[in-house]
Design a protein around this ligand. Structure first.
Ligand SMILES: Cc1ncc(COP(=O)(O)O)c(C=O)c1O
Length: 424
């Protein structure tokens, strides 16, 4: 059998790149196959280097809410590139993007742009520690906030996918400043906040890195209350949920606002960009306004700000209605396609997870009890049928504005067949 081009590239990649990839989940180990190398994408369609086409539900793990190579985004990037790719000096685009984020997010009065969500989380925690004079941070099991040293404890996402409870290489002294509490467990939250003086309570208001596990009624309100009662800052990580589940992110849907907000993915429209925002007096702790150091050669890069602005420019009320409609059709259809096979489909506008278990999971342990092996074989069958679903039980599907009714129908037909073969 001749080697596929993907297989050849993977073989070569393994020689010079650890695991053959630049981010672990891409290796597709969790679904027991080798990675696909992508040639190009248009709208919701992806084509690999062997010419196979897929309906793409990963969409670069969230940034591509407008789909691949949206003409408005491509044009904005091209125009920005023609003016110069980086100056290391302020540009108008940064100011425009900052105003756009302040306009959309009620909790955000000022922003600092970074080059990734990881950096934005790091910066948020540095601000929180400086503002409170405290060091310890509370995070939730199964929440992923980027590969920040101290936050790689029970961090869901790629770590769960690769069955790594945490990461070697993180100094014990750094990890000691993180306390991990179960999501949706009010008692554990109460106890932890009584026992420790936290600098920050850090949460994804819509956790989507153990699969999608929304907060149960009152839990986000309790986070806000405990932060206020104990002098901790509430840091809400909207890297996934921001500008996806609503125009103003999860905070708009729930009304629970953070003191600091971490953003990424959609804000960069597919180019490297993250942001941290929040109340003026906290944000002005950052240098050069204040003494908390933070910097970046490519922070606020002109191409990334142009892509972000163009993407956000597409996200009006009608766009959110369409995204919601696509999501609902997909989610309801997947549950029907299962035809009694024991799964639970969770969804919010722009996010879906097909959990291979009966009933809704409420925390990381519930998610880890899923039948990941069967998810893997289901997912491999979808790929064969031209549907690129997240190659891990613990990652969300990302419906976009580019997905058509035909894309959803093709996906549901493939899903139905794959479920039938599992049952049979
Ligand atoms: C909720 C959340 N926070 C932070 C990050 C880190 O962002 P980045 O990969 O841009 O560093 C991610 C990445 O998936 C994320 O899902």
């Amino acid at each position: 059998m001749t080697e596929t081009r993907s297989a050849e590239l993977y073989r070569r990649a393994l020689e010079v790149m650890p695991g053959g990839v630049n981010s672990p989940v891409r290796a597709m180990r969790a679904i027991g196959r080798d990675p696909l190398f992508i040639a190009h994408g248009h709208g919701a369609q992806l084509q690999d280097v062997d010419g196979n086409r897929y309906v793409d539900w990963v969409c670069s793990w969230g940034p591509l809410i407008a789909g691949h190579a949206h003409p408005a985004v491509v044009e904005a990037i091209s125009a920005a590139a023609a003016r110069g790719t980086s100056f290391g000096a302020p540009t108008e685009g940064e100011v425009q993007l900052a105003y756009e984020l302040v306009d959309r997010m009620e909790a955000v009065e000022m922003v600092r742009l970074t080059s990734s969500g990881t950096e934005a989380t790091m910066t948020a925690l540095r601000i929180a520690r400086a503002a409170t004079g405290r060091e310890t941070v509370l995070k939730f099991a199964g929440a992923y906030h980027g590969h920040v040293d101290g936050l790689l404890a029970q961090a869901g996402s790629g770590l769960a996918t690769n069955a790594l409870p945490s990461s070697p290489g993180v100094p014990a002294a750094v990890a000691a400043h993180t306390v991990v509490v179960d999501w949706n467990d009010p008692d554990a939250l109460m106890q932890a906040t009584e026992r420790h003086d936290f600098a920050a309570i850090l949460a994804e208001p819509v956790p989507a890195n153990m699969g999608l596990v929304p907060a149960q009624a009152g839990f986000l309100e309790l986070l806000r209350q405990r932060a206020d009662a104990t002098g901790a800052l509430l840091v809400l990580d909207e890297v996934i949920s921001g500008f996806r589940v609503a125009r103003g992110g999860a905070q708009q849907r729930t009304g629970v606002l953070g003191d600091l907000v971490v953003m990424g993915k959609i804000v960069g429209g597919g180019l490297p960009l993250g942001a941290v925002g929040g109340r003026r007096e906290l944000m002005e702790l950052l240098a050069p306004a204040g003494a908390v150091y933070q910097a970046g050669t490519l922070s606020g890069n002109p191409l990334a700000t142009a892509a972000g602005l163009a993407t956000l420019g597409l996200l009006d009320d009608d766009a959110y209605r369409r995204l919601d409609a696509t999501t609902q059709t997909l989610a309801a259809g997947l549950q029907i396609a299962a035809a009694g096979y024991p799964i639970h489909v969770e969804s919010l506008p722009g996010l879906v997870t097909v959990f291979f278990r009966e009933g809704a999971p409420h925390n990381f342990a519930d998610c880890q009890a899923c039948d990941t092996e069967t998810y893997g074989s289901w997912c491999r069958q979808l790929l064969k049928a031209g549907v690129y679903a997240p190659p891990s039980q613990f990652e969300a599907w990302f419906p976009s504005l580019a997905h058509t009714q035909a894309d959803v129908e093709h996906t549901l037909a493939a899903a139905q067949q794959a479920f039938a073969s599992l049952s049979g």
